[in-house]
Ligand binder design. Structure first.
Ligand code: HEC
Length: 157
């Protein structure tokens, strides 16, 4: 495996699938028949949701925030179920901050949203550290790159 990665890095022609954190996805008996997203792709999607969630909460657009939180949660669940090599505790510790953000959204409480979003982000980094990816550091976003999406709620027609 290490050799494969090495060769891949050198030649970029290794035909074997790239393995994220030295694991292969599970539960795929007919692995060739079903597309299994790479862990880093699931995470890149989580990053997008994390960012949108923040700007939805800032708008504030609570319906959108609730939607983005659901998407983010689904990404984390997907990562944990497809890649069981991730330490269980690093996954389960996310449940609390996710619920706290959900409560803030439910209460439409901007202040609570900001603080719970911070806790959620700490959770992202805690897992990254626990799996030797401490160099992937998430933070509360500062500027939205989503100029093609309107975040404030629109008045109903
Ligand atoms: C339970 C563990 C775990 C949690 C929780 C977690 N991550 Fe990750 N994340 C990983 C692992 C493992 C990788 C490295 C994947 C790899 O090596 O291919 C990663 C990689 C990433 C990357 C890099 C992807 C890339 O290709 O550049 C981003 C961005 C990321 N995570 C965002 C997040 C965000 C945002 C959260 C919180 C909402 C989060 N992660 C929560 C385990 C986790």
């Amino acid at each position: 495996m290490k050799l494969c990665k090495y060769i891949m890095a050198l030649l970029a022609i290794c035909l074997l699938p790239a393995f994220a954190i030295a694991q292969s996805p599970t539960g795929q008996t007919g692995a060739t028949e079903q597309y299994v997203p790479r862990l880093s792709d699931i995470m890149s999607t989580a990053q997008l949701r994390h960012m949108k969630l923040w700007f939805a909460g800032q708008a504030p657009n609570w319906d959108l925030a609730a939607f983005e939180l659901r998407q983010l949660k689904d990404s984390l669940v997907e990562a944990a179920s497809l890649y069981p090599g991730i330490p269980v505790t690093s996954v389960t510790t996310m449940a609390k901050p996710v619920q706290a953000v959900a409560d803030a959204i439910e209460a439409k409480d901007g202040r609570m949203f900001a603080s719970t979003f911070g806790e959620l982000t700490v959770g992202c980094n805690a897992c990254h550290q626990s799996v030797g990816r401490g160099f992937i550091v998430m933070r509360v976003p500062t500027a939205s790159p989503f100029s093609n999406q309107v975040f404030p709620p629109q008045s109903k027609p």
